[in-house]
Design a protein around this ligand. Structure first.
Ligand SMILES: NC(=O)C1=CN([C@@H]2O[C@H](COP(=O)(O)OP(=O)(O)OC[C@H]3O[C@@H](n4cnc5c(N)ncnc54)[C@H](OP(=O)(O)O)[C@@H]3O)[C@@H](O)[C@H]2O)C=CC1
Ligand SMILES: N[C@@H](CC=O)C(=O)O
Length: 804
């Protein structure tokens, strides 16, 4: 025999009822022996309670009662509920006249919901020629007289159930009312909230059923509430002990009292979905999961109370006084945490009891206030409790670190000594993000990294394409889900919390909206996006003004833009301080040498104590291309320059390269990596643009490139034989001092020298150190170009995801 229990949501409407009938019919056809236990339909119980309240206050209730009757009959006009409706009419009339009702009356009222539902399903089954038998559980389950939350009298109930099923067995489907029972005086009682589940598990116990199938509107028990955590997974199997933890921490399908009768007889419980009943659901048995099951549950509608005072230290009985005072008012404490100094005790109570709890404690500790032993009792409202079931402290650092990285600082945390459950109290507004972050960590589900990309020109656009192309592979290999939720230019942003797709360019045009940085921060916040990275692929100084704000709001930073690192040294330090305070990272490997691993190498050398004495080389990819090509080929300077621009080697405004600023910036960035406090003004720059061409718009300059030809023809011709032109950066001097010497200049070098050998758009960096002596470490390779730069930015993004 299997016991099938259908909840109110399964029975709420015509579709639900038809599906329930279909499920039962299916089982009967397969000759399965079944018993059906039903809740009241939809919101019936709440509706009846509402009408009762109105009636007791002598308010008009007839309209609501009529609507209730209409709902019960809707689509099922052939069913006769006259008796149930008349009972309700009489009960409400009486309550209205008296202006009050007892728990006994309430149980009589509420019981009609289950009677109506079981009567309906019985008749519909009979219409399908199924031998169905309406079974009023009031004649089976006998309880004490505690109306509203009655306790079954096991011996009597069991005897009744067995005798009833002996009479109506075989192919008969007993359709039993859940929730309701009667006391020994034959008065209607109810089994409290979750009562129908209780009825079902009592029947399963008495009849020694093979399985209890609890049909709900979800496919089983999940690792977290799927409404809050989209990545939540269904748990296939768990043990009663594990289920018990879930029940305690708010998994409302389960309740300890419904599980106990099943444990007693070792009866498996299967949680199924009425609307997807072929799905196997979750099976709960006595056997524990070998690996141990993990899941997240949430307690909402709670408040945190904090009792503080210096004088509590070493005082005996403080906790006892708190619990006694609260217990006296029937206020239950769910989570408690107390420091070893005993100067503060924090605990969680139901939100609607918080004010009362505070008042009660203020009275209890009145004299301690006077003595200044207690300094304050405060309520932190709008909090939620997250419990990680199956999590012990040995690996808790992972979710905890991830929370901190996402700026979720738990207000309180505690762990069970034996049960491997850790609970955290977090601000309600952070609940969603916290759950997703923890869930991603403990289930090793691809960690979602939410990217906001600013600038989608040559570098930014290539980066987006690279990410979209490799994201699937990365997810498979590294369990990292790169989600670009924002792409912005100087005017518009395209926002999509689920990530942009390959049509992003059109989408920006069509759906892009004007924005401020605050809009993007708000969007991330409102959609609870975690692991945020802002990527600056602009060349804009104005945009760098957003860095602090982004960091404060939980974004790590990656930039190909060099400006932020070359503003005043004060800003440079302030940004680092902001990053440290917010535990955020800033990576900018492409700032010098595009995709070459230069900054990281220099950082590591410096950090390890290696004394870097000089850094010299061709820092600019575009100027490398320009002078390598121009020196070797008999072509016009303007023509080669235009080629460098067309190949995407130059800055958005190519004058930034030609005037030496770009190399100057790179040199300064390296100097600052060595803890030198140089300013941009300290860089001696040889500007390659003749005076007359420096002013005006970039476009005007591009139109006058020919004017450069004569100048550079002369420079080329004035060289010694077998010499070539190179535009170099040189950081030198006593680099252990506060500032170094930074020179950017055009030099003529022998073609056979290392610098003279550089080809194409290659950059070359010679790093001289004390240990390496005269033989510098040389890093050489493509120093410019959208593809290599975007790849370098991509590398920084991946590096950040690993740091998390
Ligand atoms: N090319 C290379 O080899 C290398 C380049 N870099 C750096 O990469 C960065 C990007 O260069 P590149 O792709 O060539 O530049 P592009 O001019 O091609 O693109 C710049 C992008 O930034 C956007 N933008 C400009 N100002 C803002 C702002 N205030 N807010 C938001 N978006 C803005 C532009 O939008 P809009 O069209 O609206 O102006 C455009 O989408 C530069 O900082 C450069 O120094 C670094 C290493 C190598
Ligand atoms: N314009 C720059 C691009 C890389 O930073 C260069 O030419 O090196």
């Amino acid at each position: 025999m299997k016991v099938l229990k259908f909840g109110g949501k399964s029975l709420a409407n015509g579709k639900g009822i038809r599906t329930v009938i279909e499920i039962i019919e299916d089982k009967v056809k397969k000759d399965e022996k079944i018993t059906v236990v039903l809740s009241a339909r939809g919101n019936t119980t709440d509706e009846l309670e509402g009408i009762l309240e109105k009636a007791s206050k002598s308010k008009p209730y007839q309209e609501q009662l009529d609507a209730f009757k209409k709902y019960q009959l809707d689509g099922f006009k052939s069913i006769d509920f006259t008796q149930e409706f008349e009972t309700l009419d009489k009960l409400f009339e009486g309550v209205s006249l008296l202006g009050d009702y007892s728990k006994r009356i309430k149980d009589q009222v509420l019981s009609q919901g289950e009677v109506i539902s079981a009567k309906l399903v019985t008749q519909l089954l009979q219409e399908k020629n199924i031998k169905a038998n309406f079974t009023d559980s009031r004649s089976l389950i006998i309880t004490d007289a505690q109306f509203g939350d009655a306790q079954p009298l096991d011996k009597l109930s069991k005897k009744n159930v067995i005798s009833h099923f002996n009479k109506h067995n075989g192919s008969t489907v007993n359709v039993v009312t859940g929730f309701i029972a009667s006391n020994t005086n034959n008065e209607t009682t109810t089994l409290g909230r979750n009562g129908s589940n209780y009825t079902a598990s009592l029947l399963a116990n008495y009849l020694e059923a093979e399985e209890l199938q609890n049909f709900t509107h979800v496919n089983g028990i999940y690792t977290a509430n799927p409404d809050l955590v989209p990545d939540a997974r269904k748990i296939e199997k768990l043990s009663f002990a594990e289920a018990n933890e879930l029940a305690y921490f708010g998994a409302n399908i389960l309740h300890a009292k419904t599980i106990i009768p099943l444990i007693e007889k070792n009866i498996p419980l299967r949680i199924l979905n009425t609307f997807d009943y072929k799905n196997k659901g979750t099976l709960i048995t006595a056997t524990s999961n070998e690996k141990g099951i993990k899941s997240l549950s949430v307690l909402e509608h709670v408040a945190l109370i904090n009792l503080e005072g210096r004088g509590l230290l070493g005082k005996v009985g403080v906790d006892a006084r708190i619990f006694r005072a609260l217990a006296h008012k029937n206020i239950s404490v769910s989570i408690i945490s107390q420091g070893s100094s005993e100067r503060g005790i924090g605990f969680v109570v139901e939100a609607n009891k918080a004010k009362e709890a505070k008042t009660v404690l203020e009275q209890e500790f009145e004299s301690d206030f006077h003595k200044r032993d207690v300094s304050g009792i405060s309520i932190e409202e709008n909090v939620s409790v997250i419990s990680i079931i199956g999590q012990d402290l040995s690996t808790f650092h992972k979710p905890y670190n991830a929370l901190i990285k996402n700026q979720v600082i738990p207000l309180l945390f505690n762990n069970t000594v034996t049960g491997a459950t850790i609970s955290l109290v977090v601000k309600k507004e952070q609940l969603h993000r916290a759950l997703n972050v923890i869930h991603g960590e403990i289930f090793e589900i691809a960690k979602k990294i939410n990217l906001a990309i600013f600038g989608h020109g040559l570098v930014g656009g290539t980066l987006i394409e690279q990410i979209l192309k490799s994201s699937e592979q990365i997810e498979k290999r590294k369990k990292i889900n790169l989600n670009i939720f924002a792409v912005a230019n100087s005017k518009k942003v395209l926002l999509d919390k689920n990530g942009i797709n390959e049509h992003w360019k059109n989408s920006i045009d069509e759906k892009g909206i004007s924005y401020t940085i605050e809009d993007i921060v708000r969007y991330a916040d409102e959609h609870h996006l975690e692991n945020l990275i802002a990527i600056d692929n602009t060349a804009s100084e104005a945009f760098t003004a957003n860095y602090m704000h982004l960091v404060e709001h939980g974004f790590d930073l990656v930039s190909s833009n060099k400006v932020a690192n070359t503003l005043s040294f004060d800003f440079y330090k302030e940004l680092r301080k902001k990053l440290e305070d917010n535990q955020k990272q800033y990576l900018y490997e492409t700032n010098v040498g595009a995709g070459l691993p230069l900054i990281d190498t220099i950082k590591l050398l410096h950090l390890s104590g290696e004394n870097i004495t000089r850094i010299k080389g061709v820092f600019s990819g575009s100027l490398s291309y320009l002078f390598n090509t121009y020196s070797n080929e008999n072509r016009l300077f303007s023509e080669v320059l235009q080629e460098a621009i067309d190949k995407g080697f130059t800055e958005p405004d190519p004058r930034e390269d030609l005037c030496g600023n770009d190399v100057g910036r790179k040199l300064l960035i390296l100097a600052r990596e060595l803890d030198l406090s140089n300013e941009f003004e300290d860089v001696n720059i040889h500007n390659l643009i003749p005076e007359g061409l420096r002013q005006g718009e970039a476009q005007e300059f591009l139109e006058k490139l020919d004017n450069l030809n004569l100048v550079y023809q002369k420079v080329k011709e004035e060289q010694k034989p077998n010499h070539v032109l190179r535009y170099i950066g040189d950081l030198w001097g006593d680099l252990s001092k506060e500032k170094g010497n930074l020179d950017v200049k055009l030099v003529s070098v022998p073609q056979s020298s290392a610098l003279g050998q550089v080809k194409g758009s290659d950059s070359i960096f010679e790093i001289y150190t004390e240990s390496y002596g005269d033989q510098p470490i040389v890093i050489q390779g493509a120093g410019a170009g959208a593809a290599v730069t975007a790849r370098g930015v991509f590398g920084d993004i991946l590096r950040l995801t690993e740091k998390g």
